[in-house]
Design a protein around this ligand. Sequence first.
Ligand SMILES: Cc1cc2nc3c(=O)[nH]c(=O)nc-3n(C[C@H](O)[C@H](O)[C@H](O)COP(=O)(O)O)c2cc1C
Length: 330
Amino acid sequence: MYKQIIRPLLFLLDPEKVHNLLAAGLKTYKHFPWLRKLIRAKYQQTNTSFRWGDKNITCKIGLSAGFDKTGEIFDELSDFGFGFIEIGTITPAPQQGNPAPRIFRLPKYDSLISRTGFNNPGMEKLNGYLQRTSRNYLLGININKNPESTGDAAVNDILSLYKTLSPKANYFTINLPAPDDETFIRILREMDIYRSTLVESCPVLLKLPADLPEDSIHKVAGLIREFHINGAIATGPTTDRSHIQNYTAAELAAYGAGGISGKGIGDKSRRIVKQLRTSLGKDFLIIGAGGVMTPDDALDMQAAGANLIQIYSAFIFSGPSVVKQMSQVL
Ligand SMILES: Cc1cc2nc3c(=O)[nH]c(=O)nc-3n(C[C@H](O)[C@H](O)[C@H](O)COP(=O)(O)O)c2cc1C
């Protein structure tokens, strides 16, 4: 039904317009408890639960950052069966992001090109949206500094996000820019010092770029250990378009700059997960992300060493039932 009827209609419209329509629809949907009950009964299932420290994750499939950038629809999205949802990326001050259009579909190879530029409503607004209610899924918050913040200001950005939003998050994610970025290493150090003063600190994950050179993975594993990071998400989008089939180089170039998500990134992400698992050993959480489009992809990612899986593009190309289909095979 999704692929035959709903998707062809949605794909007639600009991707960001569809996204905004979906968000508006979900905000209305939340006022119909009977409908939510029906949707939950159809999509939710709990046969792949996973224990992460003191947390129980009811489904090994989660929703990646960037789908709910504003933190307004994650609870409704959880009705589709996700065991964890990552909102953001959130910065302290609001960000407009890049001019639209900034998201493009590549339907002949189930991939996306995006250059959203971290558009988000900022920390204070997000804080207002979040409630301290009990949930049957984990809420992750992907945080970043504002682009103009450097040095001390960059450290303060991340620390203030961490301190302000900790009571409402189950984990935080920080995107690794590059393994030898000095400001970033300072951020990790200062955050570690701050977290060591707490009786109980909210876990932090490092999200790796898909273009991380293979010889840097060991170094990243070292950073994770040294700064008591609780695990990694591998990976975010790639700038490498060479794996995209059914499109000419000229067609791809016409979209302009942007990272590739979806099928065109899967091999890369899986390889990084495998190397990271070898470097980190079994005691750290690894969330496999990037190009997990089918239940078989989810199984492969698990075999590469991922404990949990995050998806974004698969939700767009295959619809909500893919969450249950994937979790049933893990
Ligand atoms: C339109 C779009 C927006 C995104 N926004 C963010 C973001 O704000 N922060 C982030 O860490 N990742 C963002 N991502 C990357 C996704 O979280 C994910 O890592 C990536 O799409 C790879 O997963 P996939 O192949 O399942 O789509 C975005 C991806 C897309 C397609």
